[in-house]
Design a protein around this ligand. Sequence first.
Ligand code: MN3
Length: 206
Amino acid sequence: MIYKLPELQYKYDYLEPYFDKLTMKIHYTIHHQNYINNINTLIENYTELKQLSIEDLIANLYKIPEIHRTSIKNNAGGHLNHTMFWKILKHNTYLSGKLKQIIEYNFGNINTFQQSFEKIALNHFGSGWVWLIYINNKLNIISTNNQDNPLMGKSIVGINGYPLFGLDLWEHAYYLKYQHNKIDYIKSFWKILNWDEVYKRFKKIK
Ligand code: MN3
């Protein structure tokens, strides 16, 4: 399988004023494309890996010889994380139904949930992602380093769970518009989080 940049379902300026046009363009056409180019080069000589979907590839990292394991993990993670990220961004969607109930059940209320998410995101040191993960009716907020994804499993991210959504905490995701004001970037995410897509992910795993 040759991994390809997934089509963006909107224009680079669609997420304005929260995520700016130039950041989106660079993030999608340069950063995401680079992860894809790298992973395609890295797996060129591994016939058995070439047949795997990106999800299956990151769930089977232990099968990869150590010499290439970290670089495959980083670039496959980068591709998978960004593929999810573009899809979970949309204006004017709302949290409702069973997902709203389970968030309230786990965190008390939506406000507390959002504050916890923001705090973990803000306190994450260096590059990484913050996630809402689901396992057996339980939700957790975690942050991971670099391009690690919760689907890589406990041995890599310290906990098991399916990622319902994640926010990119790399400076390339926000620095042009927000500079050092990382908290403003994090808070802007709530304005464009696509709850409809998150609900689909929730229903798929439940
Ligand atoms: Mn990124």
